[in-house]
Design a protein around this ligand. Structure first.
Ligand code: SF4
Length: 369
């Protein structure tokens, strides 16, 4: 297949569904799509409806906004209240509830929070407001980090003194390892993230089949991509094979993008990081290296926050570990909606709760009459 249309071809998706069905037979198979963009695509295209009932497809921790801890959000909110700070962020973060407030609420109270579309916008705001500190919320996985690292290099090149990054960047493979080590679920195969893999390459997943005998397939985001990935996983599982396969060869190479990784590791170094629902995962985050520490918001701008707390009725953490589904949350679709989110998984355009809500195929039935 060469053209995008071919990856959206309904007949091809249905043919794959029938092959998957024959291949899996009666066995129960649990697969996890790690990435939030896959979660959205699975729901948008009704992939679950094409699969036989003995294939369970779970969503994982691959939505960067969702896995960002409340403590980080509380800190961002505390920064936004400082009168000499301009907080810049991508849009999704603004509505995420922290322990006691959200950035959206603080904006309505006068905090200077500006939604940007790129780090270039954030740098421009810093250049135009040299008397104020401009903090960019660095949230995202391997795909997002190169642009943030580049913004720090650019700030350094220009000798800027008022641009800072509050880093909550995270790395996907350590989270997959944490899920496998956690042992809460038996995962038979992973659909690995396409975008992240353009940077990391496929080699970063090789420890999973080697150490855990769990197959991995890097996949694209069209329905036929996902169905092909599931077919490959099921073939490996039924035949007792565990390998890393690359279904998304039109975008992902085994070695990924070494230049982008060079930029990342010029500016950042691995550090332990706190994931919502999972906790602290060793070496799963990225902190700014000593050489560029003058651009690290936490190292340079004091802020005090009260202890963070989760909404006890929000089960987002369990959803991110794949052990619960949004319909098990008592707030889903009633008190918690994309307009009035009570948890991060309903806010983000890649959140599992938002996917269930927006593509409604699995909404609870409304009472008749
Ligand atoms: S529906 Fe809302 S409250 Fe429930 S788990 Fe999802 S985000 Fe949390």
């Amino acid at each position: 297949m060469k053209y995008l249309d071919e990856f959206r071809n309904k007949a091809a998706a249905k043919r794959l569904a029938s092959r998957i069905s024959s291949e899996v037979g009666e066995g129960e198979v649990t697969l996890m799509e790690v990435c939030g963009t896959h979660t959205m695509a699975v729901h948008r295209y009704g992939i679950k409806g094409l699969l036989p009932p003995n294939i369970r497809l779970l969503s994982g921790p691959g939505c960067p906004v969702c896995v960002t801890s409340n403590r980080y959000i509380d800190k961002a909110i505390a920064y936004s209240k400082q009168s000499d700070v301009i907080l810049t962020t991508f849009g999704d973060m603004v509505k995420v509830p922290g322990s006691r407030s959200s950035l959206a609420r603080e904006m309505s109270r006068g905090a200077d929070v500006r939604i940007v579309y790129s780090t270039t916008d954030a740098l421009k705001i810093a250049r135009d407001n040299t008397e104020r500190k401009v903090i960019f919320l660095g949230v995202g996985f391997e795909t997002t980090v190169p642009t943030v690292a580049t913004s720090i290099l650019e700030a350094d090149r220009m000798g800027m003194k008022n641009y800072f990054v509050l880093s909550a960047h995270k790395l996907i493979p350590p989270a997959m390892k944490a899920l496998l080590d956690g042992g809460e679920l038996k995962i038979d195969g992973f659909i690995c993230p396409g975008h992240v893999s353009t940077i990391t390459g496929t080699q970063v997943y090789e420890f999973i089949p080697r150490n855990y005998r769990v197959p991995c397939v890097v996949a694209g985001f069209e329905p036929v991509d996902i169905m092909q990935a599931i077919y490959t996983l099921v073939q490996q599982i039924t035949r007792g094979i565990a390998e890393v396969a690359n279904q998304y060869r039109r975008a992902v190479r085994k070695e990924g993008n070494p230049k982008a990784r060079e930029v990342i590791y010029e500016v950042f170094e691995p550090s332990d990081s706190d994931w919502r629902g999972i906790g602290v995962i060793p070496q799963s985050g990225l902190m700014i290296r000593q050489r560029y520490r003058k651009y690290d918001a936490e190292a340079n701008i004091d802020v005090e926050i009260e202890p963070s707390a989760e909404n006890p009725r929000c089960i987002c953490g369990a959803i991110l570990r794949g052990v619960k589904e949004p319909l098990e949350c008592t707030l889903f679709g009633s008190l918690c909606t994309p307009e009035h989110p009570k948890g991060a998984c309903m806010v983000s355009s890649e959140g599992t709760c938002a996917a269930y809500y927006n593509y409604g195929r699995q909404m609870p039935k409304k009472p008749e009459g």
